[in-house]
Design a protein around this ligand. Structure first.
Ligand code: UDP
Ligand code: G50
Length: 460
């Protein structure tokens, strides 16, 4: 895009990501985009990160972008035993939220003075009162789907009308959206005593006080939700919801290449991954292995055995059993740890993606036009899977939700179906074209970021 002026005249934006790769990655991609557009950018981080992968990506990010200022935020001491959660990522959200009183001195130490802050949604309700006091514009980056954003903004009003979540009917009707079955709601949110639920409801209430909500989606992927949100149907008073997606993977994320892919025929490989923090039961992992073998397809399979990478130590032979490891290696690549997902999804050999539907994975599949077999496990993944199905990006076997063991036979059949479905491939290819248009000159993402610049420039 056109050069928007010299750096000294450019708005200074600080970005404050939260914990977990699903939150950090889109922030770093946005920071890279803003820096490339000549914004003055500061990225605020905290240490230690929950996972090793987060600290690794941060160091390659700052090496790749020496022009971006790195600022460390020191967290206040926090006793996790005082809250109702054992999830290390959610506990980290809380530790950051409770350290919000330290934000003012941090912001005033930045030079040139800040034009705006971009805050992760998980931190919104604790940061907004502070930035409001400072008269500092505060935009939220929403890292999940627009459908999930609609749910977030609607849920507090639903909660206000009931005394117990058991009173929620089988379907929920968010104004402006088609009905959502109760089974798609993140199960955790039905327990109002949980830390995550408290944070979610507070963030949902406060988001209307932000200056705008930047969201990693685009119109062709989520027309209904974006329209309902921006027409004020879901909730009155919501600031503009600005689709800036898809946020495009960057070079600093690159890992070592998977040469095996180069030897596979075009469109013959299915990629199987459940993201950075979703581990299935050992029993389910083994059935998935059996399913992959039965599908007869070539595959790349990333096995995750525990939520946090620093604890994922068990050998593949132990997780899968020796016999299965031998069997799967005849037809595919199976590995533990981290893979460069961008490299896999962008490879011409890959045409299918069995995914948990973390929103970044959905967005990356759309970017490359790779059809998905949605297999959501928990959290926002079911609502995202619904988007995958409705947009034509993929298929979803809804009966697999709920934690009952899905047998290898059935998994194998569905994977085969995914890889043979020409109609689905065409729809995914269409979404890829639309995704490319969204980030191109005059596309929705570019227009959204120009709007952000325009909003901030008069304040300078
Ligand atoms: N990812 C990757 N390699 C892996 C696992 C994940 O590159 O082995 C990346 C993936 O491309 C995505 C992010 O990590 O950008 C995961 O985010 P997502 O929202 O898909 O799921 P989460 O991990 O938050 O559940
Ligand atoms: C994880 C999860 C449940 C869940 C979500 C997860 C989201 C994402 C957006 O990422 O909905 C979001 C997270 C926290 C919050 C507000 C919005 O306070 O297990 O719903």
């Amino acid at each position: 895009m056109a050069d928007s002026g010299s750096k000294t005249q450019s708005p200074h934006i600080a970005l404050f990501p939260s914990s977990g790769m699903g939150h950090l990655t889109p922030f770093l991609r946005l920071a890279a985009t803003l820096s490339n557009q000549n914004f003055h950018v500061t990225v605020i981080t905290f240490h230690p990160t929950v996972s090793f992968t987060e600290s690794k990506i941060l160091s390659s990010f700052f090496s790749a972008f020496p022009q971006i200022t790195s600022k460390e935020f020191h967290l206040l001491p926090f006793d996790p035993s005082t809250v109702n959660s054992k999830d290390p990522f959610f506990l980290q959200f809380e530790a950051i939220r409770r350290s919000a009183p330290l934000l003012s001195p941090l912001f005033s130490s930045l030079s040139p003075p800040l034009s705006a802050l971009i805050t992760d949604i998980t931190l919104a309700s604790s940061f907004l009162p502070i930035t409001s006091n400072l008269h500092l514009p505060n935009y939220i980056l929403f890292t999940s789907s627009a459908k999930m954003l609609a749910f977030l903004t609607y849920y507090p009003s639903l909660i206000d009308t009931i005394t117990n979540t058991t009173e929620i009917g089988d379907e929920i009707k968010i104004p402006g959206l088609s009905t959502i079955p109760k089974s798609l709601i993140p199960p955790l949110l039905l327990d109002l005593t949980k830390l995550f639920t408290t944070q979610f409801i507070e963030n949902g209430r406060k988001i209307i006080e932000s200056n705008g909500v930047l969201i990693n989606t685009f119109n062709t992927l989520e027309p209904e939700s974006l329209k309902a949100l921006n027409e004020g149907k879901v909730i009155k008073g919501l600031p503009p919801v600005i689709p800036i997606g898809p946020l495009v993977p960057c070079d600093f994320e690159k890992g070592s290449p998977l040469l095996w892919l180069d030897d596979q025929p075009e469109g013959s490989v299915v990629y199987v991954s459940f993201g950075s923090r979703t581990a299935m039961s050992r029993e389910q992992i083994r059935e998935l292995g059996v399913g992959l073998v039965k599908s007869g397809c070539r595959f790349v399979w990333v096995v995750k055995d525990s939520k946090v990478d620093t604890e994922d130590e068990e050998d593949l032979e132990v997780v899968l059993g020796n016999g299965l490891v031998e069997e799967v290696k005849k037809k595919g690549i199976v590995m533990k740890g981290w893979i460069d997902q961008e490299e896999v999804l962008s490879h011409q050999a890959v045409s299918g993606f069995v995914s948990h539907c973390g929103w970044n994975s959905v967005s990356e599949a759309a970017w490359h036009g790779v059809s998905m077999l949605a297999w959501p496990q928990h959290g926002d993944q079911m609502i995202n899977a619904d988007v995958v199905r409705k947009s034509g990006l993929g298929m979803w076997v809804e009966s697999w939700v709920g934690g009952n063991l899905v047998k290898g036979e059935e998994i194998g059949e569905k994977i085969k179906e995914l890889m043979e479905d020409e109609g689905l491939r065409l729809k995914a290819a269409h979404l890829r074209d639309e995704a490319r248009k969204a980030v191109d000159v005059g596309g929705s993402s570019e227009v959204g970021l120009l709007k952000l610049r325009k909003d901030l420039e008069p304040a300078m």
